[in-house]
Design a protein around this ligand. Structure first.
Ligand SMILES: CC(C)(COP(=O)(O)OP(=O)(O)OC[C@H]1O[C@@H](n2cnc3c(N)ncnc32)[C@H](O)[C@@H]1OP(=O)(O)O)[C@@H](O)C(=O)NCCC(=O)NCCS
Length: 185
């Protein structure tokens, strides 16, 4: 029996092994990986599929920001991925279960805009659409051809020309004798 539940700290090594099998040794060269460097998966949204004691599926989400290169406000989003299922159990709906459970959690936590880099032929069934004809680049200047988005029609749409970045942490403001350090600097 395969169950879907939240990733735990001791799952990390098994997940890395599964990702090596699913994506091969070149996986770190993918543009989406650079959005995961200097970034942390969103707590509570990383799910795994378990079969007995074995990890047979994984999905994670990362905070990202889409900067508007025409001067509009940046929009926050989650980057979904990697999604991987062990070849031994592919085609049994495990990927779909990971997608549905994790997206329900993400939406429940208030994240209604999800992006990913992947095959439209697979992700269309979960409500993803190409970001094209918008022109939104990934790190390294890669274009938007495989970039997909899922968001409700009522949510602010993505910029028409944009760039995806890892959000900067909020500056820490320390009050000093009635002033703020950020004012002094
Ligand atoms: C993509 C992946 C996560 C799907 O997991 P899964 O558990 O096999 O998925 P499901 O059982 O929910 O769905 C299987 C269906 O998706 C289809 N499918 C799988 N990968 C696909 C792809 N890249 N494009 C289009 N369809 C795809 C299968 O043909 C199957 O179709 P069917 O239902 O008509 O038979 C898994 O194949 C995998 O880990 N692949 C390698 C890593 C990868 O490419 N991940 C990201 C995908 S862009």
């Amino acid at each position: 029996m395969i169950t879907i539940d939240r990733e735990r700290p001791f799952d990390k090594a098994a997940i890395e092994k599964l990702l090596d099998v699913a994506f091969g040794p070149d996986r770190f060269n993918k543009s989406s990986y650079s959005l995961r460097e200097n970034n942390q998966p969103v707590a509570g949204l990383s799910y795994v599929a378990r079969k007995a004691d074995k990890i047979v599926g994984t999905v994670r989400y990362w905070p990202i920001e889409v900067r508007d290169l025409l001067g509009g406000k940046p929009v926050e989003a989650l980057l979904l991925g990697p999604l991987a299922v062990s070849p031994s159990v592919q085609g049994q709906g495990v990927g779909a279960q990971l997608m549905h459970k994790s997206m329900a959690s993400a939406n429940g936590a208030g994240h209604d805009r999800i992006l990913l880099v992947g095959d439209y032929a697979y992700y269309q069934r979960f409500g993803f659409e190409p970001v094209l004809p918008r022109y939104i680049t990934l790190p390294g200047g890669k274009d938007a051809r495989r970039l997909l988005v899922r968001q409700p029609a009522t949510t602010t749409s993505l910029p028409s020309v944009g760039k995806i970045v890892v959000p900067m942490p909020e500056p820490v403001l320390v009050p000093v004798a009635g002033a703020l350090l950020s004012d002094v600097a």
